[in-house]
Design a protein around this ligand. Structure first.
Ligand SMILES: NC(=O)C1=CN([C@@H]2O[C@H](COP(=O)(O)OP(=O)(O)OC[C@H]3O[C@@H](n4cnc5c(N)ncnc54)[C@H](O)[C@@H]3O)[C@@H](O)[C@H]2O)C=CC1
Ligand SMILES: O=C(O)CCC(=O)C(=O)O
Length: 527
């Protein structure tokens, strides 16, 4: 499939008339062909108009047709073949095995949402039958279902060019909910974006859906994204990226005449608590496993373990020795973009220059575009006194906070902003300490895990990939897993509608065979 550098606007391909730009080969910094041209305000307007036009018909597609469409998108992505992986490797610097795995996750995610759609549970159908004889007042017939919110703007992430990008979790969950999507390609991987975008475009056509169900816009800067969020036809935004970018989109959305929700997944340092019994029993093993998680994908995971908390002990010394030894042998790895590499180097330099911070170990030095892993330590007292130490350094750097006691660990956790994950390493002897920390962790994070690290999010039904601000803009939601669909739904009540006017999900006789809540009680289809 040739990459042309065009915008995909509904069924059409259209060369933008805005500023041109090229993808950059992450490993070398060289430009890649072809030239991409940024979309213009007219392109944004056309994509949003088509999305609005498609909305009423797309959101009422049958559950089976919508599920088949999601599967067709998955199949079309697989059908691109190796060309997708090769282009993505060049643009992102990520290795083949990682990207093949990420493609599997992307396809699996689309198929999971196909299952969610077929099941129909997301409609949350509820029926409170009329009680005409109720005293003192009769009760009306009330029926409720969830409907799609409207066209969704999706901003792909630089660090997951497939699973969190053009046909990633935000797009899959929005399409599953019944929302058309206008995606804004990340300028770090425009070729990958176009290939995936063309696969979605082909699936829309193959399934006979209105063309406005999907569009893809290119931009070297932020103008297209700003125009998209400001467009009155866009009803919600999905974003993964920097805190600065996410906050800018939240502000743009809030400044609209009709404000809309922005679901932004932004920054997180993912505290890891090492409890005393676990450290004493296997501090060295935990140290080696920690370095594996820290350096995965050159540390470019929002779930990266950026903060380690432990009480001073021989076990902690063992952890630090093993982690430092493993880190010193770690190869430097290509980072996603020169900008991300520069930001990482600046973050590491700031830690090195901080008098309260000690450099424990560094990975092997690398080339111009490669990130060198680094491990630092400080004290709980210094951490609590210096807010800059809690800032995300996006890459393979982590800070160990040496604590005098468990109370200091708790004080550091209380100081942290919202996080995506917290990991606790524990043995049975640590259960009392862990129990005492759990309420703090629940207040701070979206996912609590034991004896592991947060990198590598499982896509499933019980997953929360979210957390209080600034981990995300709305801690009540998740961007991974089937619950992500709820970001793009809203409930509507139908009072006293004649049967002929009711949506199928709420009709007598339950034609869609849904689980429904009847007078508050869950009733199985056919019951
Ligand atoms: N926490 C996380 O999951 C991630 C964090 N990052 C952080 O973000 C930094 C930069 O990485 P990027 O991926 O380029 O993130 P970014 O936030 O700068 O850009 C992400 C997307 O949002 C758009 N955008 C950014 N600012 C905007 C604005 N003001 N108005 C409209 N659109 C805007 C960009 O064009 C891009 O499409 C990294 O160095 C890292 O610190 C990056 C990737 C993931
Ligand atoms: O750890 C993962 O699998 C996902 C990480 C993520 O969401 C991100 O880095 O943006």
């Amino acid at each position: 499939m040739p990459i042309t550098g065009e915008n995909l606007i509904g069924a059409a391909t259209r060369r933008g008339a805005g500023e041109t730009f090229r993808a950059v080969e992450a490993a070398t910094g060289n430009s890649l062909e072809p030239a991409f041209a940024s979309a213009t305000p007219t392109d944004v307007e056309r994509a949003c108009a088509l999305a609005a036009e498609a909305f009423d018909s797309y959101r009422e597609t049958s559950l089976e047709d919508r599920a088949r469409f999601l599967e067709a998108v998955a199949d079309a992505i697989v059908a691109i073949g190796d060309e997708l992986i090769v282009r993505c490797m060049a643009e992102s610097g990520l290795p083949r095995a990682r990207l093949e795995g990420e493609r599997g996750r992307t396809v699996g995610q689309l198929k999971m949402f196909a299952g969610v759609v077929r099941d129909g549970g997301f409609l949350e159908a509820r029926i409170d039958p009329a009680q005409p004889d109720r005293k003192p007042l009769p009760r009306p017939d009330l029926r409720l279902r969830q409907i799609a919110v409207g066209p969704v703007a999706v901003f792909g992430a630089s660090n997951f060019p497939l699973a969190f990008s053009v046909a990633g979790g935000d797009t899959a969950s929005a399409l599953a909910a019944g929302c058309p999507v206008v995606a804004k390609a990340h300028p770090a991987h425009p070729g990958t974006s176009e290939l995936v975008g063309r696969a979605v475009q082909a699936a829309v056509k193959e399934c006979g859906l209105p063309e406005g169900v999907f569009s893809l816009l290119m931009d070297s800067g932020i103008a297209v994204g700003q125009a998209l969020v400001a467009d009155p036809r866009i009803a919600a935004v999905g974003f993964t990226g920097s805190r600065r970018g996410g906050v800018a989109l939240m502000q743009a959305a809030a400044a609209r005449t009709q404000p809309i929700p922005v679901y932004a997944e932004m920054s997180s340092i993912n505290p890891v608590v090492l409890l005393p019994a676990a450290l004493e029993a296997r501090g060295r093993d935990i140290g080696r496993a920690f370095v594996g998680s820290l350096t995965l994908g050159s540390g470019q995971f929002c779930t990266n373990p950026g903060l380690i908390l432990a009480v001073e002990s021989a076990g902690l010394d063992g952890f630090l020795q093993a982690a430092s030894a493993a880190l010193r042998e770690t190869q430097a790895a290509t980072m996603l973009t020169p900008g991300i590499h520069k930001a990482y180097c600046a973050g590491v330099a700031a830690l090195e220059a901080n008098p309260a911070v000690t450099t424990l170990a560094q990975g092997l030095a690398g080339g111009t575009h490669q990130g060198q892993a680094a491990l630092f330590s400080t004290t709980a007292q210094a951490f609590l006194a210096d807010h800059s130490l809690a800032e995300e350094v996006f890459g393979a750097a982590s800070l160990v906070v040496r604590c005098p006691d468990l109370a200091a660990i708790r004080a550091v956790l209380e100081r942290l902003e919202g996080q995506l994950t917290a990991a606790v390493h524990l043995d049975e002897g640590d259960h009392d300490a862990a129990r005492a920390l759990l309420p703090v962790l629940e207040r701070r994070v979206g996912r609590i895990l034991v004896n592991g690290f947060g990198t590598g999010v499982e896509v499933g039904h019980a997953m929360v990939h979210g957390g209080p601000y600034p981990a995300t803009s709305d801690g009540r939601t998740t961007s991974v897993g089937s619950l992500a669909i709820h970001r793009f739904l809203r409930p509507v009540s139908y009072q006293d509608l004649p049967e002929a006017l009711l949506p199928a999900a709420l009709r007598d006789g339950n034609p869609l065979k849904l689980w429904r809540r009847q007078d508050g009680k869950l009733v199985a289809p056919g019951a």
